[in-house]
Write a protein that binds this ligand. Structure first.
Ligand code: AP5
Ligand code: MG
Length: 192
């Protein structure tokens, strides 16, 4: 199985690249952000609770997202592999993911981190915020808080994978196609 963690700060291009990667490698895309936005659109209780945190750029509780991933891994047990996008976002989520993968007799192949400078992230997210309808893209203060939460809670997850020899970083600057080609090169270099 190819199980890729696509990592990077808000606006790094995880969602954009995941769409291309799932086609090429026939993987199942698991984006906790997209799943949570689906819950909000369906106005579920979970969605309504998550919305209060997401709209401020704060992380949703570990238990909530780990539970969602657990269910989806079971639901898609026949998949060729997975792209985890926006998950794991804390060391607790990373430990839980290792356990969940072990339960299904597999493991994370590698983490590919997209490196994009902060000023470029802000430009991208504000541009999308003009018509995305995403409350967390709508103003610079919320975007800055998302980046702050990333540095506080999510950046340490890179060390978690680095300690396992699974962490690789690539430049997330350039055209979508250029970055896609860099990620594919990295995936193919580690493919078993
Ligand atoms: P989530 O949905 O995961 O958002 P995010 O990581 O903050 O950032 P984005 O999804 O906006 O960025 P991206 O890296 O996918 O970039 P994209 O391809 O879209 O999370 C949202 C919220 O949900 C969190 O704040 C939290 O509250 C909650 N949440 C989610 N997962 C959680 C978890 N595991 N634990 C706890 N809480 C969780 O690109 C961004 C923009 O740039 C687009 O407009 C795109 O067109 C453009 N772009 C892409 N590539 C390029 C390029 N090469 N050049 C120029 N522009 C580009
Ligand atoms: Mg995304």
């Amino acid at each position: 199985m190819l199980n890729l963690v696509l990592f990077g700060p808000p606006g790094a291009g995880k969602g954009t690249q995941s769409e291309l990667l799932i086609k090429k490698y026939e993987l199942k895309h698991l984006s906790t952000g997209d799943i949570l936005r689906g819950e909000i659109a369906a106005q579920t209780e979970l969605g309504m609770k998550a919305k209060q945190l997401m709209d401020k750029g704060m992380l949703v509780g570990d238990d909530v997202v780990i539970g969602m991933i657990r269910n989806l891994l079971k639901e898609h047990s026949g998949a060729k592999g997975f792209i985890f996008d926006g998950f794991p976002r804390t060391n607790e989520q990373a430990r839980a993911l290792d356990e969940l993968m072990m339960e299904v007799g597999s493991e994370i192949t590698q983490m590919v981190a997209l490196d994009v400078p902060e000023d470029e992230l802000i430009v991208r997210l504000l541009a999308r915020g003009k018509d995305s309808g995403r409350a967390d893209d709508s103003n610079p203060e919320i975007i800055k808080n998302r980046i702050k939460q990333y540095h506080l809670k999510t950046a340490p997850v890179a060390d978690y994978y680095n300690n396992q020899g699974k962490y690789h970083t690539i430049s997330g600057i350039g055209t979508v196609e250029e970055i896609f080609s860099r990620i594919c090169g990295q995936i193919d270099a580690v493919a078993k």
